[in-house]
Design a binder for this molecule. Structure first.
Ligand code: ADP
Ligand code: ASP
Ligand code: MG
Length: 405
């Protein structure tokens, strides 16, 4: 007997037949003698619609009211799944985030879970009831509903698994595991039996939407055993494990891409101490996250800076820099949002040279120009024209010999 948290994403609960399918999967685990808690997302497309409604009324809406609206999608699916479970003889009850409660900080729209009171859920699971918990939602210190950012139900599930001291957290989705890259754009992507927490963390934060980044961070910190698997087929999925559990380590584990960033270039800035602080300080104060940064000095003694911010933050970032024009003293400000960040990831890079140069060569062979480069111990990222996203990902997938036979 085990204690399991099962999480089902939007496509897995997209209509009544799929909700019935989820209910029968849950029943199977219950019938096998396990204690089960379930976390569900909103039906697919619902959260997008709710977000669009908020933006339609006001792009600069009150984040607390945004949360009130977007949290409703999950309320529908927990009720429906509880009904579907009861209909096949499984004792079940729905739980909204605030009812558990799942306590978060006050960052409406991208809140972080701080504590989950799990005792009552454990008591009920031991008595044979299945709690069906709304993903994505929490309760803020202001006593109002919060949400965890897009894709946040993964994080709800991992946090719940930690709070309930579950043996496993099974993330059921519309693909049968974590692949070497997004299987929807590379037909030759290969499913990984195992991936290390660190590689999964990089893959998620560099754009692979299969798990929310925060869920991987939490799993790593709380030692939660996470498995990604299909809600439609009975097949083994992908286990997220410690690095030393992987026997055959590939140099590159996978390739990720993100179309969510925009590029900002500031030209002809006086080259003196304090300039970077004058640019990035105000951005940080506005919680605008800056990712890739390059600086180059030209012969005339001025410098140029190029960096990326989230597409959603571009307008605010430009306004911030324009407001500081006098302090910074730049001559030109430009931006582009038709860019994509392509990253290769692998713990094997720590001990192998030549990973980056192979990347540059493969892109050059396809005539793809690199705009910005950043590296860390286990990843190399480049910024390219968005139109080349798929071509670049496919070329790199072949170049690192990741293609399935
Ligand atoms: P859910 O609604 O179940 O949370 P998501 O759409 O959030 O599902 O995540 C699953 C999707 O992640 C897949 O359909 C796939 O297109 C995408 N994806 C991106 N990169 C990868 C990858 N490396 N492995 C598997 N899926 C990936
Ligand atoms: N329903 C939310 C979203 O679409 C949370 C999730 O699906 O994980 O972002
Ligand atoms: Mg998701």
């Amino acid at each position: 007997m085990a204690r399991i948290v099962m999480k089902f994403g939007g496509t897995s609960v997209a209509d009544l037949d799929r909700i019935r399918n989820v209910a029968s999967r849950v029943k199977r685990e219950v019938d096998a003698g396990n204690e089960v808690a379930v976390v569900v997302s909103a039906m697919s497309g619902v959260t997008n619609q709710l977000v669009a409604w908020c933006n339609g009324l006001s792009p600069l809406h009150d984040a607390r009211e945004y949360d009130t609206v977007v949290a409703t999608g999950e309320q529908v699916t927990i009720g429906l799944l509880a009904i579907a479970l009861q209909a096949i003889g499984v004792e079940a009850r729905s739980w909204q985030g605030w009812q558990v409660p799942i306590r978060t900080d006050n960052a409406h729209g991208k809140a972080r879970i701080e504590a989950i009171e799990g005792a009552e859920l454990i008591r009920r699971m031991q008595a044979g009831q299945v709690p069906v918990v709304a993903g994505f939602q929490g309760l803020g210190p202001d006593n109002r509903v919060t949400t965890l950012g897009r894709g946040g139900s993964d994080t709800s599930a991992v946090a719940l698994a930690a709070a309930l001291k579950a043996d496993r957290c099974d993330i059921y989705t519309d693909v049968d595991g974590v692949y070497t890259t997004d299987p929807r754009i590379v037909a030759k992507a290969r499913k990984l039996d195992k991936i290390s927490y660190e590689e999964m963390l990089e893959m998620a934060s560099l754009g692979a939407k299969v798990l929310q980044t925060r869920s991987v961070e939490l799993a790593m910190k709380e030692r939660v055993r996470v498995q990604v698997l299909s809600s439609f087929e009975d097949k083994p999925g992908t286990l997220i494990v410690d690095e030393d559990e992987i026997v055959e380590k590939a140099i590159v584990a996978g390739i990720a891409y993100s179309r969510d960033e925009a590029k900002v270039t500031i030209r002809r800035v006086p080259d003196r101490p304090g300039i970077a602080a004058a640019i990035f300080g105000p951005l940080a104060e506005k919680s605008i996250h800056v990712d890739m940064i390059v600086q180059d000095v030209s012969a005339d003694g001025t410098t140029g800076l190029t960096f990326t911010v989230g597409k959603a933050d571009l307008k605010r970032a430009l306004a911030s820099i324009e407001a500081a024009q006098k302090t910074i003293g730049y001559a030109e400000l430009q931006s582009a949002d038709n860019v994509a960040k392509i990253s290769v990831i692998g713990v094997g890079m720590r001990s192998h040279a030549g990973v980056a140069s192979r990347m540059f060569k493969a892109l050059a062979e396809k005539g793809i120009n690199i705009q910005v480069i950043t590296t860390s111990e286990i990843k190399v990222s480049v910024l390219v024209d968005e139109a080349y996203t798929e071509l670049a990902v496919r070329a790199l997938h072949s170049a690192y010999e990741l293609d399935a036979a």
